[in-house]
Design a protein around this ligand. Structure first.
Ligand SMILES: O=C(O)C(=O)Cc1ccccc1
Length: 321
């Protein structure tokens, strides 16, 4: 990077110390990019749409709660955005407060709703009187606590956040390893505007939003058949309400493989033929590096060979030689 070329700008759910910032750090170091903190994932994604930033890093799925609906819904409609990379972050929480607070005093806990959802059972067992005070992020709760003058009430007693941000905001840790599931992982995605696809690596995912052909028996099967017939495995499928009336859904799908693979391209061709709406959300490398399982008969060479055979039938050259 030369002095004259500006650093790429990345929006993320801030402030400093969020799990989203930890994901962003895995993507690009702070001296090679401008980190732009946002108050929510919708603002981060809209900043990409309005070209205020080049990319956004947002949570999309966690191992305890499932899909992050604000992210899925914002990607599904509006000006097209694509995922260019995914990042996995192990999520570990501590309960922290200002000096002088003891655990028994804590009845109001501020944190991001996803963090609270991942620790509900822990609080039921350890601090049954505690109620959740929603914050825009885990680190925002910590920052607010740190910024409130001594003797003033910020509206809560403690923050549920990462050990790193408890340290960053100078808070005292009251409880460590706060979790319903110690192995919880959140999946984040790097989102940009549509352009050239990241190259195929042999360990890729393709994300899509699909509406069903019609509201009748077999409609879901007709959609799924497009993947199954080409040996394309789905690693995630979630239905989201379309919002206009009850009973209408859009499907958010992650498929194993890259659009550059014939079997994935053929599945998309099938979807485009039978479904009223298909939105391509990108092909990008898997964070876990697991190689894509390509079933016999579904490799590129199998599709090429079959296509040449049909071409020879059409041309009447199949008996020649
Ligand atoms: O609030 C944060 O730190 C975030 O980055 C959102 C979040 C909250 C809980 C688990 C994973 C991500």
């Amino acid at each position: 990077m030369t002095a004259s070329s500006p650093l790429p700008r990345y929006a993320y759910l801030g402030p400093a110390g969020t799990f989203t910032e930890a994901a962003l750090r895995q993507v690009v170091s702070p001296d090679m990019a401008e980190y732009v903190p946002m108050v929510d994932v919708v603002s981060a994604l809209e900043a990409v749409r309005s070209a205020r930033v080049d990319f956004a890093v947002v949570p999309i799925e966690n191992s305890v709660e499932g899909g992050v609906t604000a992210t899925l819904d914002t990607l599904a409609t509006g000006r097209p955005l694509v995922l260019v990379r995914e990042v996995l972050v192990p999520v570990e929480f501590v309960l922290a407060a200002r000096a002088g607070t003891v655990l028994a005093d804590v009845t109001r806990v501020a944190t991001h709703p996803h963090a609270w959802a991942q620790c509900r059972r822990w609080f039921n067992a350890a601090l049954p009187a505690a109620v959740h005070v929603p914050a825009t992020s885990t680190a925002a709760a910590g920052a607010l606590l740190a910024d409130t003058a001594p003797g003033h009430d910020p509206g809560f007693d403690a923050a549920l956040l990462s050990p790193l941000s408890a340290h960053l905001y100078g808070l005292e840790v009251l409880a460590e390893h706060v979790a319903d599931n110690e192995a919880a992982v959140t999946r984040f995605v790097v989102v940009g505007v549509p352009g050239a696809l990241p190259p195929r690596t042999g360990s890729d995912k393709t994300s899509l939003v699909v509406h069903l052909p019609s509201n009748e028996a077999g409609a879901l099967l007709a959609m799924l058949e497009q993947f199954a017939a080409r040996g394309v495995n789905l690693s995630r499928i979630e239905s989201r309400p379309l919002g206009d009336r009850l009973g209408r859904y859009s499907f958010s799908i992650d498929a194993d493989g890259h659009l550059a693979e014939e079997r994935v391209a053929e599945a998309l061709i099938g979807l485009h033929r039978v479904c009223p709406h298909v939105r391509f959300l990108g092909s990008y490398p898997r964070a876990d590096g697991a190689p894509t399982d390509v079933r016999p008969g579904t490799a590129d060479a199998d599709f090429d060979g079959a296509r040449s055979w049909v071409a020879s039938l059409r041309a009447g050259t199949w008996l020649a030689g």
